[in-house]
Design a protein around this ligand. Structure first.
Ligand code: HEC
Ligand code: HEC
Ligand code: HEC
Ligand code: HEC
Length: 151
């Protein structure tokens, strides 16, 4: 009897683990993000980074992604938010660490020390990369969305 329970529980745990891994893979894709963020997808397609995935810029680490992701799915499915129409929060400071990870890592610093030097001055003039660059999303496409929001 005890053995049977152990087998049942082990089986359930294995199922959850497989479901978890599949769920994790699915929720990491650009297609998943785009299912709620169509304007961001369009503005990203036409930007400078179509080959860089949504999460490469927007990750805040595994646990933050999972908890924030679950929260967003909850908000949408309980009808509290519509990501296609509601104004979304923006956290350029959180995104910046990921810009730096690709564009100001040690490899870049070795190849182009002047670029890094100039940028430490630039960053005193503007607090975030996106004060001067528009790399993730083409702003005109995003503002179409904001017009749609206001109407
Ligand atoms: C089920 C719909 C849904 C999916 C799928 C979804 N989002 Fe969101 N997203 C939302 C909602 C709703 C908000 C607004 C949340 C709020 O205001 O707290 C949001 C806000 C955001 C924001 C701005 C605020 C913040 O927390 O940084 C970013 C960036 C974002 N999503 C990126 C993504 C990425 C990247 C993915 C794919 C991994 C994704 N979203 C998948 C619904 C979704
Ligand atoms: C090269 C980096 C980069 C990529 C790739 C990228 N984004 Fe962004 N995204 C940004 C930056 C920078 C902002 C403005 C600051 C912020 O809110 O994080 C932003 C803002 C957002 C917002 C927040 C609200 C708003 O309207 O400003 C959402 C939602 C979002 N992106 C979704 C996506 C989705 C979905 C993808 C993939 C289809 C994606 N992003 C790809 C850099 C990127
Ligand atoms: C996953 C790595 C990655 C991330 C994260 C990333 N980028 Fe990029 N970025 C690239 C690649 C790859 C290119 C295209 C090849 C190139 O020109 O170096 C590029 C191109 C650029 C360019 C154009 C460079 C040129 O030569 O004209 C700018 C500006 C830029 N990124 C800024 C940013 C900013 C700002 C962020 C954060 C919002 C960011 N990137 C996030 C990889 C990344
Ligand atoms: C005050 C404005 C300003 C800010 C803030 C700024 N940049 Fe730049 N960036 C520039 C200018 C101007 C250039 C072109 C001349 C140069 O390379 O100095 C440039 C060039 C670049 C390039 C292209 C380099 C190449 O290969 O030619 C990348 C990539 C880049 N910036 C990324 C970033 C990232 C990532 C951040 C945030 C950590 C950032 N920038 C913040 C003004 C800025």
């Amino acid at each position: 009897m005890n053995k049977l329970w152990i087998i049942v529980i082990a089986g359930l745990l294995a199922l959850f683990a497989v479901g978890g891994v599949a769920g994790h893979k699915m929720t990491k894709t650009d297609a998943f993000c785009s299912s709620c963020h169509a304007y961001h997808k369009a503005s990203w397609d036409h930007g400078m980074h179509p080959e860089v995935g949504c999460l490469d810029c927007h990750t805040g680490g595994f646990w933050r992604d999972k908890t924030q992701g679950a929260r967003k799915v909850w908000l949408v499915f309980t009808g509290q938010m519509d990501p296609h129409h509601d104004q979304l929060a923006s956290y350029p400071d959180k995104t910046m660490a990921n810009c730096i990870g690709c564009h100001m890592n040690e490899e870049v610093a070795t190849v182009a020390p002047y670029y890094i030097e100039r940028h430490s001055e630039y960053l005193q003039a503007a607090p975030h990369c996106i004060g001067c660059h528009e790399p993730g999303h083409v702003k005109s496409i995003l503002s179409e969305r904001n017009v749609a929001v206001r109407q």
